[in-house]
Design a protein around this ligand. Structure first.
Ligand code: FAD
Length: 306
């Protein structure tokens, strides 16, 4: 058995593994895919002290750093649940079970996708999901934000200060965003908001996005917008389905509830990164949270006398 078992190999899991292993305790890390969302990222310009890097390069450095500490890394394995036995037990999808005194959950999240033609093809070539990350790449250009909830309207306000023009497309006939955000968006001169708009296609020239097509759900007409970028803001889904029904408390949207040491509601189980209630989902934030959870888990182990 491990002293600390980390579930997830993204920035949060990697940071947790390094912080745990540096305490000289038996550390394991199980992940479906090392690197997590970072593997899907092209340019990264906000990883502090590194002015520019690319996802696969950062993921490779994360893995190399973790390997330097002799962490037992198990990849291509999916956790299927969590339960308490004599130790904490983590059943895997294959049927095997890993055991550990403490567990750190760092399974991240995934952006909800539009599922329309062109979206996958132009992902990272104009189709974006993170305004903090990719906004500056569209400086002086026209973009759309799909989704009129808080994250969509916040994205529009954020982007409006960088890009030439923002069109917000909302599927419903009203915006779900807080009134104060709607007021702010409407007061900005370069944001248009279109209601009852169903995105039907991402258009491109073979190498990058050139626009999008949507249906006006009232008139039934198909319309076209010329754009350089499309920010999809229809929700971030935590990868925590496997925790449902366990002792680990989740919010309604599936985020793992943690305290300021990364502890969950299940004794000995900690969590970090995009899978949790931590506000703002970013690489540096996830890494800090991973370190916090590992130190929290170490504190727990010394107090538990093991
Ligand atoms: P993740 O990176 O999501 O890693 C989760 C890990 O858990 C993975 O290893 C996964 O395989 C594993 N896993 C999931 N479920 C299971 C399971 N059941 N069993 C075992 N393993 C499991 N942030 C920035 O700061 N700057 C950027 O420029 C930036 N650009 C981005 C661009 C894109 C396209 C995307 C999608 C995100 C971007 N982000 C960026 C956000 C950033 O990538 C995330 O905030 C960060 O990766 C979260 O780290 P994490 O470790 O919590 O989760």
């Amino acid at each position: 058995p491990y002293d600390v078992l980390i579930v997830g190999g993204g920035p949060a899991g990697a940071a947790a593994a390094i912080y745990a292993a540096r305490k000289g305790i038996r550390t394991g890390l199980v992940a479906e895919r090392f690197g997590g969302q970072v593997m899907d990222t092209v340019g990264i310009e906000n990883f502090i002290s590194v002015p520019y890097t690319e996802g696969p390069k950062l993921a490779a450095s994360l893995e190399q750093h973790v390997r330097e500490y002799g962490v037992d890394i198990i990849t291509d394995q999916r956790a299927a649940g969590i339960r308490r036995g004599e130790l904490i037990e983590l059943p895997l999808a294959t049927g095997a079970t890993l055991k550990s005194k403490a567990v750190i959950l760092a399974t991240g999240a995934r952006w909800r996708e539009l599922n329309v033609p062109g979206e996958a093809e132009y992902r990272t070539r104009g189709v974006a999901y993170c305004p903090h990350c990719d906004g500056p790449f569209f400086k002086g250009k026209k973009v759309a934000v799909v989704g009129g909830g808080n994250s969509g309207i916040e994205a529009a306000i954020d982007l409006a200060g960088i890009v030439e023009h923002v069109t917000v497309l909302e599927f419903a006939d009203t915006l779900r965003a807080d009134e104060v955000l709607q007021r702010k968006a409407r007061s900005m001169g370069n944001i248009d908001i279109i209601m009852n708009a169903q995105t039907t296609e991402v258009l491109g020239d073979g190498s990058k996005v050139t626009g999008m097509q949507y249906t006006d759900r009232v008139s039934g007409d198909s319309k076209r917008l010329e754009l350089a970028g499309i920010f999809v803001q229809i929700g971030l889904v935590p990868n925590t389905e496997f925790l449902r029904g366990s002792e680990v408390e989740l919010t309604r949207s599936g985020e793992v509830v943690i305290d300021n040491r990364g502890a969950t509601s299940m004794a000995g189980v900690f969590a970090a990164g995009d899978a949790t209630t931590v506000p703002y989902k970013q690489i540096v934030i996830s890494m800090g949270a991973g370190a916090t959870a590992a130190l929290g888990a170490f504190d727990h182990l010394i107090r538990a006398g093991s």
